[in-house]
Structure formats: C-alpha cells, structure tokens
Write a protein that binds this ligand. Structure first.
Ligand SMILES: Cc1cc2nc3c(=O)[nH]c(=O)nc-3n(C[C@H](O)[C@H](O)[C@H](O)COP(=O)(O)OP(=O)(O)OC[C@H]3O[C@@H](n4cnc5c(N)ncnc54)[C@H](O)[C@@H]3O)c2cc1C
Length: 366
C-alpha cells in the first residue's frame, strides 16, 4: 500500500486526501493550524469559470464546476454547495462592454450565460436588489454556485478518516528529505514520518514547503478583505457582482461582501477592524444595491491570502529530479479542489497525467 503525506488541510489537500484514501492509499494529513483555517475559510468561494482565460484555464475551471456536481452525485448530497446562480452587471460603460464580450465568449464556449433586465430580475430572482433603471441589462449565469469551505473540509476529512487516514493538526512541517525510495518529513517538534510520496497543498505557504526540497516555487500572494454583514433572512439568495461590490449569502442571516478594488488598499495587514474605513466603503457600495445593509451590522472581517503561482495559473504535479514530491497549488482552489484532488491522486498512484493538466505542470518552474 502506498503511503502519501498530504501537507495542508484546505480544500485542495482534503480533496486529495479523500480521493487517495478512497483509492486505497495510506494517508497522513498534516496541518500547522486547524483544518480549513487557511485561505479556504477566507475566500469568496464562488464556484465558476466566468472570468477564466486563457481557454485551457477556462476548461480546467469548467471541469472543476462539473466535478462538484459529480461529487454531489457520488456522495448523494453536497450540503456545502449552494447552487444559487450569479447575477452580474455594470453601470460603467467600459466594464459593461467587457461584460457583454465575456457573455458572448462564454456562450461560444458552451457555458450558460443569459441576459435579463432589471424588472425581470426583481420579479423572478432578487426582489430586494435596487437598480438604476428598469431596462438595465443584467447577465445571469445559472450554473454558478458558492461553497461553504469549512463544511467541505470537515466532510472530506471525516470521509478520509473513515477510510483510514490520520490527521495531525497543529503540527508544522519543518523539513523534507526526498530520496529514491522514500520521503522523510520532519515536524517542528522533531518527529519524523516516512512515506512513498509527499503532496504539497500548503496554499500560500507552499513556496516554503517547496524550498525544503530545494525547489523554487515562485508565488505572488495577494491579500483580500472579506466582510460579513448580518441581514434579515432572505435579503438576497444569489451571488451578486455589481459595478463596484460583490455580495453573496453566507448562511441564513448573513451576507459576505468583497471587491477586488479594495484589496490592494489593505497592504500586508492580516486583520482589519470592523469600523475600518475600507469596511465602511464596502458597506456604502453594498447599500446602493441593497438598501437594507448597514455598517452597524458588520459582524466579522477576514483577510485571505490568494496562493497565486507567479503566472496566476495552477501549478500541479510531480517535479523532475525530486522523487516522491508533488505539488497542487492554485488560486480558484474552491472551484478546482475536488477536480485537482482526483487528478493528482491518479498521477501519484498510477503516473498518469490527465491532458487537462498539461498546461499547468509544476515542472514549468525549474
Ligand atoms: C479574498 C479571496 C477570494 C477568493 N475567491 C475565490 C472564489 O471566489 N472562487 C475560488 O474558486 N477561489 C477563490 N479564492 C481562492 C481560493 O480560496 C484558494 O485557491 C483556496 O482556498 C486554496 O486552498 P488550499 O487548500 O490550496 O489552501 P489553504 O486553504 O490555505 O490550505 C493550506 C493549508 O496548509 C497549511 N500549511 C501551510 N504551511 C504549512 C506547514 N509548513 N506545515 C503544515 N501545514 C501548513 C495551512 O495551515 C493551511 O491550512 C479566493 C481567495 C481569496 C483570498
């Protein structure tokens, strides 16, 4: 039986651990923190292939969406997946033109994308959204969803453990020594573990793990601010991407608010107080489309670090010259986790590399 050590219990690592265990491998999952407490719980968690280019990256993400559906079918339920669809619009002429071209491109690529007007959206989908005019055109992507990351991680870990996997949380990997017949992993308390293979799913910490095997994995980590706001139940039911703010449900009586334009302003900070100017700005923007939202109802802020490889596409697979060492490091990991977990399992256990992964090989970083 192959023994595989998975470093990192986020969505990518736990997806892989579940698949490896199902395939009969002995699995040890190591995380320096509580499982799921990395980027996976600090993500907008939109399952989509909406703005993904080039074509190969779109196809990977589109396959990632379908893998979520397949997992749901296989397990009989997926309570972590909220199939709400996504509404997107822009009052800014340039951005609207970009959206119009995007919808055309996605339709040509076989992705469901439709147009509705504001009156139809209010009547059929979101009665409480405020638009600047009744004829405003809104793009509707019915197959997109959002995911409860912590619930997904707990569920995959539980399944892996039922299949025999062991979990070591609160233990940091300090060193890795690969050799031709086994890999030795040293934890920060000095304990050592040996296995046939080690899989680096350490998210934004993956470059430090790579360094331990003498490899440079160039990352471009960027921080993002997410704000939870308490609302009346039913305020919105879907993902919303408007001109300058993104909102989605986050449980019964909360929404999660984010926008890319705020992220660069938070710099290197890992914590943002609730009364911070950026939270107030996100609230102002959210209130323009959902008048019920108020700054007094902000209950939590979270800062997440995107584990972008430096070229912003996924970095997956074995690395020539480093026996028994594999990587699965990516942004869009919420969309891609289950798919990458299955494909990296196949590669580790059989050596087969799925054609979808060819443009995203780890070996492109020498
Ligand atoms: C603001 C923001 C918005 C996002 N929005 C989306 C979105 O809408 N859709 C989407 O698909 N993706 C989105 N992403 C990206 C997505 O969240 C990530 O790609 C995904 O969560 C990465 O998961 P992971 O399992 O690779 O990493 P993580 O969840 O970070 O897990 C890595 C784990 O490794 C552990 N670890 C690290 N170093 C060590 C070590 N030395 N020893 C032991 N353990 C270690 C950490 O503790 C952590 O638990 C967003 C990210 C951010 C920040």
């Amino acid at each position: 039986m192959r023994h595989v050590i998975v470093i990192g219990a986020g969505i990518v690592g736990t997806s892989a651990a579940h698949r490896l265990s199902s395939a009969g491998a002995k699995v040890t999952i190591i995380d320096r923190d509580e499982p799921g407490n990395g980027t996976t719980s600090r993500s907008f968690a939109w399952v989509n292939a909406n703005q993904k280019t080039p074509r190969a990256y779109f196809e990977l993400n589109f396959a990632g969406m379908k893998e979520h559906d397949a997992l749901d079918q296989e397990l009989g339920s997926a309570p972590w997946l909220h199939r709400t669809g996504n509404l997107a619009w822009s009052g800014d002429a340039l951005k609207y033109d970009e959206l119009r071209r995007r919808v055309e491109r996605l339709q040509a690529w076989g992705y469901r994308a439709e147009w509705k007007n504001a009156t139809e959206v209010n009547a059929e989908l979101e009665p409480r959204l405020a638009f600047s005019g009744a004829t405003m055109r809104i793009a509707w992507f019915p197959d997109e969803s959002w995911l409860d990351g912590p619930l997904f991680v707990r569920s995959m870990l539980d399944r892996a453990v039922e299949l025999g996997a062991s979990v070591r949380s609160g233990q940091e990997v300090a060193d890795i020594t690969p050799s031709s017949d086994e890999v030795t992993v040293t934890l920060s308390d000095g304990q050592t573990l040996t296995a046939d293979a080690v899989l680096n799913c350490a998210g934004p910490g993956a470059d430090k793990i790579a360094k331990m095997v003498g490899r440079t994995l160039p990352l471009d980590p960027t921080r993002g601010l997410l704000m939870r706001v308490q609302v009346e139940p039913g305020t919105i039911s879907r993902l919303i991407h408007s001109t300058d703010v993104n909102i989605r449900p986050d449980g019964e009586d909360h929404v999660l608010v984010h926008h890319d334009s705020i992220d660069p302003l938070i710099g290197e900070r890992d914590e943002i107080p609730l009364d911070n100017e950026y939270c107030r700005e996100l609230c102002r923007r959210a209130r323009r489309i959902l008048p019920d939202i108020t700054g007094r109802a902000i209950t939590e802020t979270r800062v997440g670090i995107r584990p972008y490889p430096v070229d912003h596409i996924s970095c997956i697979g074995a690395v020539p010259g480093i026996p028994g060492y594999y990587e699965a490091v990516t942004h869009s990991g919420v969309t891609l986790g289950p798919l990458l977990g299955r494909l990296i399992t196949e590669e580790i256990l059989t050596g087969k590399v799925d054609p979808l992964l060819k443009p995203f090989r780890a070996e492109r970083f020498a």
